[in-house]
Ligand binder design. Structure first.
Ligand code: ZN
Length: 620
């Protein structure tokens, strides 16, 4: 699977070479290559000077992007090879600092691209040597041998040729990785958590899925999990992370036995928990939730009992990470959660939304708590898919899903803020990578009322087209399965396990709401786009998306269009069409909220008797 991602990254870089993206700033596009390269160098110098900046992944990604711009805008300039070498070096540094295998792969992709695209460059030797070093440090001999052969084939008389030959002949590769784990043990190399008042997510990054033993015990109340056959990263040994969010007192981790890492969550009012694996890369997720609030009575709702106000300001503490860069938790970097930018609440001069009214039945004919309370949405999370080293799907002419969905999401953000006066939280607002489990965690810890993940489709056939919307459940069709596998960056084989997981973990209590939200979004998208364009309505479907697992609010994933369709790709490049998509998405959000806050004065009991409204999900 990683292989596919790497080649996607290489293709992404290549795509950038061939075509300046429409989101590119017109001011910059006129600047000569030397100026752009100079700007990138200055940004890198700033980064290297400031340890504060160095703690932020986003700052590193920004510098990478600055260099990539040079290659994208001026693919024939003399600065492209220097830029690609810089990209490789930055990713390599990020791999060490953030302990992420994918950065190492991105570094290799950049180095290799330099050699492939700029074969006459004098920097090719440095680039392939860097690949040899990376593979040597991986400790895996076949990788070192492959890299060595590639170096010698390209530069048989290169300045490191004899060095490479010696390395390849050594039995045990010299390694600079400190204290490699004994063979057979998987490393546990990071612990991250996002803490909120009603839910907390703890994530352990590890080398491979391992067997678990766990139990929840009392006095004091705690959950312990043993990871069998594992070795803890030295930076994590015997660490204690104070959480103190009302659910957890703290999280402790230690090498409990020579082959066993134990993590203990000391509960403080936590009500339920779920533990599950996500893949590519493997990570163990522990979700902890608070006690559910007692449901309000229908009579209260009918009497127009006011909804409890959402907690103003961010309800969550920033995400924390342990092993990255070896810093203590108190000074831990604020990882990509820092990109979760929130717009300020609307100014007092804005018209207030209408007061809550008795709700209507949802599409399944029942009443959720939100509807009973006439609760509108006060905080909406917009989640543009992919970003950074993950371009998502790529069109034949080089349009990248990550750029398209970010642009549409930013347009939607402005609309929601301006028209609804709701607070918008973006899981990312720049070209950075945010792990899928973190996006959900942001939504939960911010106690968002709605979660909308925005994506675009890509399939082999260039003919497929249309709009479809998903909510979390098992995939019921081959197409839904392959969409979920692609969006989760896992193989379709791994998806089978995931189907079982979705069955096993507590089913999302917001499933009816999510179905309704998905239906509203799908209907509004189709209706909106059809005003000016012919578009296929592919309906509402279910699939097990990582990004929706554990969301505590109505959560949907919209596939705006098929980037793989050349005609659609052309359309998607225009600002007008992106506006249309954003407006149509906004229509979906609005119509869903209106269904919650409908101002018609229907008595709750009588509207309940009227039973079904609308026809449920199903594909149309
Ligand atoms: Zn996507």
């Amino acid at each position: 699977m990683r292989g596919r991602i790497h080649s996607a990254v290489a293709t992404a870089l290549l795509g950038l070479c061939l075509l300046a993206l429409p989101s590119a700033s017109p001011a910059a596009s006129g600047k000569p290559a030397r100026t752009l390269y100079g700007q990138a160098q200055a940004a890198e110098a700033r980064l290297h000077k400031s340890t504060k900046l160095q703690r932020e992944r986003a700052e590193w990604e920004k510098v990478v992007l600055a260099y990539r711009k040079v290659v994208a805008r001026y693919p024939r300039s003399g600065y492209c090879d220097n830029s690609l070498l810089a990209v490789g070096n930055l990713y390599r540094a990020m791999a060490g600092r953030f302990q992420s295998e994918h950065y190492r792969s991105d570094a290799v992709a950049a180095y290799r691209m330099l050699v492939k695209e700029y074969p006459s460059s004098s920097l090719g030797d440095d680039a392939l040597w860097a690949v040899v070093e990376i593979e040597r440090d991986s400790g895996e001999r076949p990788r070192l041998v492959r890299a060595g052969k590639s170096y010698l084939a390209t530069f048989p008389r290169g300045k490191r040729a004899s060095k490479v030959k010696t390395l390849m002949q050594q039995k045990a590769p010299a390694t600079r990785v400190p204290a490699p784990p004994p063979p057979g043990l998987a490393r546990v190399f990071d612990l991250r958590f996002w803490s909120g008042t009603s839910s907390t997510r703890v994530v352990l990054d590890l080398e491979a899925r391992v067997k678990l033993n766990s139990d929840r015990v009392g006095s004091p109340e705690r959950l312990w999990i043993d990871l069998l056959g594992t070795r803890l990263h030295p930076n994590l040994e015997r660490r204690v992370f104070p959480v103190g969010d009302g659910l957890l007192e703290r999280v402790r981790i230690a090498q409990n036995r020579p082959d066993r890492v134990r993590v203990v969550l000391d509960f403080k009012g936590a009500w339920e928990h779920s533990v599950f694996y996500l893949d590519s890369p493997p990570r163990l997720v522990i979700d902890v939730k608070g006690r559910p609030k007692p449901p309000a009575t229908l009579a209260d709702a009918a009497a127009g009992a006011p909804a409890p106000p959402a907690v103003p300001g961010p309800a969550a503490s920033p995400p924390q990470s342990a092993a990255r860069g070896g810093s203590a938790p108190a000074e831990a970097p604020t990882p990509p959660g820092a990109v979760a930018a929130a717009l300020p609440p609307p100014s007092p001069s804005m018209p207030l939304p209408p007061p809550p009214a008795p709700p209507t039945a949802n599409r399944a004919g029942s009443y959720s708590l939100a509807r009973q309370l006439g609760l509108g949405a006060r905080r909406i999370v917009i989640d543009p898919g992919h970003g950074g080293h993950d371009p998502g799907t790529i069109g034949r002419k080089g349009l990248q899903e990550k750029d398209l969905v970010l642009d549409v999401a930013l347009r939607l953000q402005r609309l929601v803020h301006k028209e609804l006066g709701a607070e918008v939280v973006m899981t990312r607002s720049t070209d950075v990578f945010v792990p899928l489990e973190e996006r959900t965690a942001i939504a939960n810890t911010k106690r968002a009322d709605l979660f909308l993940s925005i994506h675009a489709n890509g399939v082999k056939s260039s003919k497929a087209r249309g709009i479809e919307t998903y909510f979390l459940s098992f995939a019921r069709s081959r197409h839904a399965e392959s969409v979920a596998a692609r969006e989760n960056a896992i193989s379709e084989g791994t998806l089978k396990d995931l189907q079982n997981l979705v069955k096993a973990i507590t089913l999302n209590s917001k499933i009816d709401e999510s179905r309704d939200f998905a239906t509203s979004v799908q209907e509004a998208m189709v209706k909106g786009v059809r005003r000016t364009h012919n578009v296929q309505d592919r309906g509402v479907h279910t699939a097990p998306f990582y990004v929706l697992i554990g969301a505590e609010m109505p959560a949907v994933l919209a596939e705006l269009a098929f980037v793989s369709n050349p005609e659609t790709e052309r359309r998607l490049r225009t600002s007008a069409y992106r506006d249309l998509l954003a407006e149509s998405l906004f229509g979906g959000v609005k119509s869903y909220l209106e269904s919650l806050n409908r101002t018609q004065t229907r008595k709750l009991t009588s509207s309940r008797d009227r039973s079904r409204v609308g026809g449920g999900s199903g594909s149309r």
